[in-house]
Every structure is written in structure tokens, then in C-alpha cells.
Design a protein around this ligand. Structure first.
Ligand SMILES: [Zn+2]
Length: 406
């Protein structure tokens, strides 16, 4: 990482704003996540005296980051009204970019993660130089329309270190790409890069289904299987800055599925494996590609993921076996998360998430089997998949780093 991507460098020339430290960070984060609060309530929540809060918030008000809202009468009707402090969501805007193996998803958000505009486009050339050039064009276009864009977040599936460096991104075929430096140089803006699941976990924790929760788990199903965790109110980061490799978590391999046998001898039907050759990890059964591969073996013809789900809904027996087998593996993974963390909510997302609906009974049965009744059933939320939600995750990284400096 070079100096140009020290998070501190985003300050000066970009909206006159510097990353916050200590109590100021706590004040802004509380208002960012929970909305406007009366000064007295804010001071009490954060354990600050009134004068301390005044001292801390004065520069934030002067910079325009915080604003005062009309005073509320005190509940008892006596005493001085308390003036709510709020965050001006439009003081700064952010670009979020989510890279997949064939498309680029783009959002511009305000400071509260509200999506102001979105679009997606093909990603025809995955060479890092070509992708950086494409991102530079997209960011320049966003800035031409919106002069409040202050920073950029980029997310990829894979391992990202220091919020800057892509160590390994299998879907892009990248190893060791200093993406934040490259995009920062190409755009002239502060840029941060993050693992896509971890960024989505942050966005959901601040702005979405996980808002205000102390513990929260995100499980994603798609090109890979992902896990994001919030414990004690913080997104958990692993040693390698990835969101964990839950796709390689061992599971109790489901019973072999019947292989379709037409009149001719059946084609060789090797046992499913993940990309590392494991036969008993979640990824061998649960990714979109794994499910499509199982469908082809069982139904004897290629079947697209969504078509398979539709067949299962329509009562197609072989399709039902394939769906429920994958759903069972999903339930086993969720059971493992429950046993380890006991989160208040498990949010399911990703482009393959409809499996959890169509195979809902199998998911629930595997959860019950795997948790031994040790914990009450979690609140399970299936989030309808939208890529702009993931691009918003990328923007959340920029919001976090730019506004809070962490
Ligand atoms: Zn594996």
C-alpha cells in the first residue's frame, strides 16, 4: 500500500473533511445508523457530559456533516427542549462498484447508504488494466452528474487485504492486484477495496436487515458460498480479511442422488467436488454451478438454476431431490453458525438465494437436526436478491472509511 491510499489521504482536498477519531466517531456512527437524536439522549447513550458533546460536535456542525433539527419539547413539558442532532445525508456522496466475472454493478449513494442512482454494464475484459480503465470511466461519469461524490468503494469475491489489495479473486482470475492504488490513480479519488460478503455484511448491519443488532449472520449463495458475521455489534474480520471460507466447511454429505439412466449406458457421473476437489464441503453441493451440475446428472440434461427451482415448485420429483439436497446442505451450514454464534438474525442473500424458499422445508429440517434444540430457532430472513444491494455494500465501505476513518 502506498501513501496515496492511506485512509487519511481522503481528507483535505475532498470536501474539507477529515476522518474522525474517538468520541467524534462514536457520535457520527450512532447518528449514521440510528438517525437524529436529541443532544441529551446522545450524551447519555455515549456516556458523555453535555459540555463534552458540545465540544465534540462543534467542528462536525461547522463542517456541515452534522446538522441541527428543530427542537423537541421535553417530555415532561418542563425544562429546556433538547435539540436533535442529525447527519446531513447529502453532505457527501459515494460510488459503490461490485465486480463479478461478467458484469459491473454501480451505485451512487448518500451518506446513509440510500441509493441515488444505479446501473450495471458488461465487464468484457477481466484483465486488471482493462477493468481499472472501465471503472475510471464509470466514476468520471458519476462525478460529472454529481459534484458531491467524495470516495469510491470496490468489492470483489475473494481475499482482500488492507482494504486495498486483492490477494486472490477466483472469479476474476486475479492474484495480487493493488486495486485501490490503481483505481485511485485513475480516478483521483480515495478508493477502498473489500471482500464483497464482508462489505454487504457491513451495509446490512448499518442500513439494512441487521440494523442495530448486536449479533447477526449473513449467508450468501451464488457463484460461491459466503458468510459474514456481526458479534458484539461489530463486523468480524478474519486474519486474511476475507469473510471466511465457509464454502469449504465440511458437511455431512447427503445421500447420493439417483443418476439419470437413459436407454444408453449412463455417462460417467463423478461425485461432485468443489473447486479444490473436496467431496464433502458445502461448496461441492451448494453453489449455483454445483446445483446445476447435480441437476444435469439427475435429470439427464442441462437445466439452468432458475428452471430447476421452477420444476421443483411444479412437483417434478427429480428436480425436488436436487433442490432439497442442496437445501439440506444450506441448513447444515446455518446450523453450524447457530451453534457457534447464536445470532439474533440470519439473513440469506445472493443470486442463488431462492433455493432457501423453494427448499425451505429441507433447510428447516437440517437446522433442527443440526442444532439439537440447543438454541431457539433464529429469525431467518431471505432477502430477495438484487445486485444493487451488493454495490451498496461497496459504497458502505467508502462511507465507513471516508466518514469514520475506520
Ligand atoms: Zn471445498
Amino acid at each position: 500500500m502506498t501513501d496515496s491510499h492511506d485512509p487519511g489521504h481522503g481528507a483535505g482536498g475532498h470536501g474539507g473533511w477529515s476522518p474522525l477519531a474517538g468520541s467524534a466517531q462514536a457520535v457520527v456512527l450512532d447518528i449514521l445508523v440510528h438517525g437524529a437524536r436529541p443532544r441529551t439522549e446522545l450524551a447519555a447513550r455515549l456516556g458523555l457530559s453535555g459540555p463534552s458533546l458540545t465540544r465534540i460536535t462543534r467542528p462536525l456542525l461547522e463542517s456541515g456533516l452534522l446538522v441541527e433539527r428543530p427542537a423537541l419539547a421535553s417530555p415532561s413539558g418542563s425544562g429546556r427542549p433538547s435539540i436533535p442532532l442529525d447527519l446531513d445525508p447529502d453532505a457527501h456522496h459515494f460510488v459503490g462498484l461490485k465486480l463479478t466475472r461478467d458484469r459491473l454493478f454501480v451505485v451512487v449513494t448518500d451518506q446513509r447508504g440510500e441509493v441515488l442512482s444505479e446501473h450495471d454494464e458488461p465487464l468484457p475484459d477481466l484483465a486488471p488494466g482493462a477493468v481499472v480503465a472501465q471503472l475510471a470511466v464509470v466514476v468520471a461519469a458519476a462525478r460529472a452528474r454529481d459534484d458531491r461524490v467524495r470516495a469510491v468503494g470496490v468489492t470483489v469475491g475473494g481475499q482482500v487485504v488492507d482494504r486495498a489489495h486483492v490477494r486472490h479473486a477466483p472469479f476474476l482470475g486475479w492474484d495480487d492486484v493493488p486495486l485501490a492504488d490503481l483505481v485511485g490513480t485513475a480516478t483521483g479519488l480515495p478508493v477502498w477495496v473489500e471482500n464483497d460478503v464482508r462489505a454487504l455484511t457491513q451495509a446490512e448491519h448499518w442500513f439494512g436487515e441487521g440494523r442495530g443488532l448486536r449479533s447477526f449472520a449473513l449467508v450468501t449463495i451464488g457463484a460461491g458460498v459466503g458468510l459474514g458475521l456481526v458479534a458484539a455489534g461489530e463486523v468480524i474480520g478474519g486474519a486474511h480479511s476475507s469473510a471466511g471460507s465457509v464454502g469449504h466447511q465440511r458437511i455431512v454429505a447427503p445421500a447420493p442422488m439417483p443418476v439419470h439412466t437413459p436407454a444408453a449406458p449412463p455417462p460417467a457421473a463423478p461425485a461432485p467436488t468443489c473447486d479444490l476437489g473436496h467431496r464433502d464441503c458445502a461448496g461441492a453441493f451448494l453453489t449455483v454451478a454445483a446445483v446445476e451440475s447435480a441437476a444435469a446428472r439427475v435429470l439427464g440434461r442441462p437445466v439452468a438454476y432458475d428452471d430447476l427451482l421452477a420444476l421443483a415448485v411444479d412437483g417434478h420429483e427429480e428436480a425436488r431431490v436436487v433442490v432439497d439436497t442442496a437445501a439440506d446442505v444450506l441448513g447444515q451450514l446455518i446450523a453450524g453458525v447457530l451453534n457457534l454464534l447464536d445470532p439474533e438474525v440470519v439473513l440469506l442473500s445472493g443470486e442463488g438465494v431462492r433455493l432457501a424458499v423453494v427448499g425451505g422445508a429441507a433447510v428447516a429440517a437440517a437446522i433442527e437436526r443440526g442444532t439439537h434444540g440447543a438454541v431457539p430457532p433464529p429469525r431467518l430472513i431471505v432477502q430477495e436478491f438484487r445486485f444493487d444491494e451488493w454495490a451498496r455494500g461497496a459504497a458502505a465501505v467508502a462511507i465507513q472509511m471516508h466518514a469514520l476513518g475506520r
